[in-house]
Design a protein around this ligand. Sequence first.
Ligand SMILES: C[S@@+](CC[C@H](N)C(=O)[O-])C[C@H]1O[C@@H](n2cnc3c(N)ncnc32)[C@H](O)[C@@H]1O
Length: 284
Amino acid sequence: MTVADALGWAQRLLQGAGLHEARREAEILLAACVNRERAWLIAHPDAVLSSLQRRRFEGWVRRRARREPLAYITRRAWFYGLELTVGRGVLIPRPETELLVEVFLRWAAHSKAGSPILVDAGTGSGAIAAACLQHAPQWRGVGIDRSRRALRTAQVNRRKLGLTARLMLIQGEWLSALRPRSVNAVLSNPPYVLPDEWSALQPEITQYEPRMALLVPADDPLMPYRRIAHDARQVLRSPSLLAFETSPRLAPLLAEQLPRWGFANPQVVRDYSGAERVVYVVRD
Ligand SMILES: C[S@@+](CC[C@H](N)C(=O)[O-])C[C@H]1O[C@@H](n2cnc3c(N)ncnc32)[C@H](O)[C@@H]1O
């Protein structure tokens, strides 16, 4: 089977499964499968796949046709310019989460914290902590998650990005493992999908991504934020930043509650689609 044959077959299968970008996805899968850039495929339509490559590619395309996310199949995701390893049981980092990194980096560029430390609460793949540390070289970080599987993936990314000496990873409940006045920034993208939003999500999310990373209870949707903010009052030292990613639906509620939890003057930042996405509080 040639590259052109493989792409034609995959495109038809993926189109039949209702995927709108079937050609692009077929190219991404084949490029990852043969360990080349997509441009190489276009330049070499007559190259012949080995039987191993062909079998692996067919398996990957069938998985994608069952709506498994591309990132789980290729085990790769991009976040803030970093190539991360991901896999089942770990949330695939989203582009909108890059705004949380930007809020941190803007603040960190002017903060006068000495030996500064950030915490990424609910670190998942380690995406937020890794991106912040890559661009703020004087900072060290702690990534916390209750999921062992997530932490194993974060360990892989920490090693791959050369951050082993600067990023500590801890299995635990939000900030409970941290000492009082030990960190300058608490960043978190906690679960924030409400049960009534679940059925409108793509099958890639509902059938494959970990529910624990996404869903909050309908009767107490701010629960993760409240628990993190409650502990953040103890663990933050000045100057400090508390910054959360959230949904446009929860952002106004979170901004209203933060002063009641001891964090006055919350600021709300919109993402590139205009949706209220990050809520943060700075203290001198
Ligand atoms: C929305 S995901 C965010 C993952 C990653 N930070 C990102 O932005 O791609 C939320 C993460 O919080 C973790 N989590 C959920 N409840 C937790 C808890 N009680 N304590 C610590 N981590 C928790 C989940 O395992 C998941 O990795």
